[in-house]
Design a protein around this ligand. Structure first.
Ligand code: SF4
Length: 487
């Protein structure tokens, strides 16, 4: 049969032309995923972008946004020089100026502010790859009024994770795509971790692992989910805590994991109407206390051989009552406030579906556990012959963070993972260095009264993690010091 006219008519057509005379290796930044790319240059100009097959993030995968990265260089709308406003503000009257003039103007304006009151510079940047530099610059300038895009995006998720488990989703780590058997995604249609999630989902589908998507709409990744759970926006936390309710009711939590890695065995003081009610009980050296079932005594919860009680009512050496934190958690989430029936009314997800999801998670975590014959040593120096994996993993992002309850919803999702024993285990969610970090990270916010001095840098970065009321950026009348009122 003859070829249709115009198709492969010319046997000389070159289907793989040489598109460049030079290849530059770099990372794409059309989104925050940071895929490795090969940029083909010809006569010094970008001609073509290809995914780098040897890059660990994307292994050669390039999305449509990445391919169009060429326009960051050649779009006719691109700014190529500083613009100076010459008309009234709002009139959009600008002229191009040279960099020397721009820097001179900026130095003059900023120099005056720094010499008098550095707080008058509010320096808010967009999403870029230079926040470590811009944050450092702000602290050197001396202003606490610095932030990047994060406060408007998903920083509540990051903070919720850092305060709970020392890290969150995204660049903090990722599901063990090779071994996980049950993956739950909350509130994500597309993600900053774009290509790795796509390739990860591809692995799950190839292996027949189950992918559940909790989302009000079935778009993006949800299109290939094995089960889509349509949920009322902003109610994911209720769904998660109802699943926690069911797991606690059925006794399907990983007690060994909780004893080894969490503060749930620590004793909490029960002394109503006193300042210490609800705080952890500690010995004179400041160590948290647990009730040791073998010793029948209060001991440091940090002893490597402690056999702590997880429930019960105990008397501290000073005569006060105390109960393990786990008991308080169990009492709270076993209450009817977190029943599937109540959650169904709030979330729109049927109670039977909530029960089934809890049962499936428990089944995979405990009946399909992974055992690796790898001896290892835990943080307390205890030797283990095998490594137990709970092949359940989760991912959550914008759909969770874009609500006022995002911080606590994120904490609920991490709590669920912890109760299942599925963080930092084979098949679960695994961190990337340098995470997990101490909870919370040691960096405190700078910029309190007396810390901001004309002509001097701040004593540290403006953003950090408050540990108590004394760390908040407020004045003597508890009014926010920062321009964005972030205390
Ligand atoms: S996912 Fe696409 S846009 Fe984002 S870094 Fe990778 S190639 Fe670039």
């Amino acid at each position: 049969m003859s070829e249709p006219a115009g198709r492969n008519a010319d046997p000389e057509v070159e289907t793989s032309p040489v598109v460049g005379d030079e290849v530059a290796y770099t990372t794409c930044y059309m989104c925050a995923c940071r895929c490795g790319i090969k940029v083909y240059l010809k006569d010094g100009r970008v001609r073509y972008i290809q995914g780098n097959p040897n890059h660990p993030i994307n292994r050669g995968v390039l999305c449509a946004k990445g391919s169009s990265g060429i326009m960051t260089q050649y779009s006719p709308a691109r700014l190529t020089k500083p613009l100076k406003r010459v008309g009234e503000r709002g009139k959009s009257e600008f002229v191009e100026i040279e960099w020397d003039e721009a820097l001179e103007l900026a130095t003059e304006w900023l120099g005056g502010i720094r010499r008098t009151d550095p707080r008058k510079l509010a320096f808010f940047t967009g999403r870029d790859q230079s926040q470590s530099l811009t944050g450092w610059w702000a602290s050197q300038f001396g202003t606490p009024n610095y932030a990047a895009h994060g406060g408007f995006c998903s920083v509540n998720m990051a903070a919720g994770g850092l305060y709970s488990v020392g890290g969150s989703f995204w660049e903090f780590g990722e599901p063990d795509w090779n071994l996980t058997k049950y993956f739950v995604m909350f509130g994500v249609t597309e993600d900053h971790d774009s290509n790795p999630i796509k390739t990860g989902l591809g692995k799950l589908k190839t292996r027949g692992a189950k992918f559940v998507s909790i989302n009000p709409v079935r778009t993006g990744y949800s299109a290939i989910a094995d089960e889509w759970v349509g949920i009322r926006p902003g109610t994911d936390g209720m769904l998660v805590l109802a699943i926690v309710h069911e797991l606690l009711r059925a006794g399907k939590v990983d007690m060994d994991y909780l004893v080894r890695y969490t503060n749930l065995p620590w004793l909490v003081i029960q002394a109503p109407d006193t300042a210490e009610d609800g705080l952890f009980a500690r010995d004179e050296a400041g160590n948290p206390l647990a009730w040791d079932g073998e010793r029948q005594a209060c001991v440091s919860a940090l002893l490597p051989d402690v056999k702590p009680a997880m429930v019960g009512d105990f008397t501290l050496p000073d005569g006060r009552r105390a109960v393990p934190a786990f008991q308080l958690m169990a009492e709270k989430y076993l209450s009817p406030d977190y029943s599937p029936e109540r959650a169904a009314r709030i979330t729109g997800v049927p109670a039977d579906t909530i029960r089934r999801l809890a049962a499936e998670l428990a089944h995979v975590a405990f009946e399909e556990e992974i055992t690796l014959n790898v001896p290892w040593t835990d943080w307390a120096g205890r030797q283990h012959d095998v490594m137990i994996g709970r092949p359940v993993s989760m991912h959550a992002m914008r759909g969770i963070s874009a609500h006022s309850n995002g911080f606590h919803t994120c904490r609920a999702i991490h709590t669920l993972q912890v109760l299942l024993g599925s963080i930092e285990v084979p098949g679960g969610f695994r961190y990337k260095p340098p995470f997990p970090k101490p909870v919370p990270p040691a960096q405190k916010p700078r910029g309190k009264l007396g810390e901001v001095r004309p002509g001097e840098p701040l004593g540290g970065p403006p953003l950090g993690f408050p540990m108590g009321p004394e760390d908040l950026l407020v004045d003597e009348r508890n009014r926010p010091l920062r321009i964005d009122k972030a205390v």
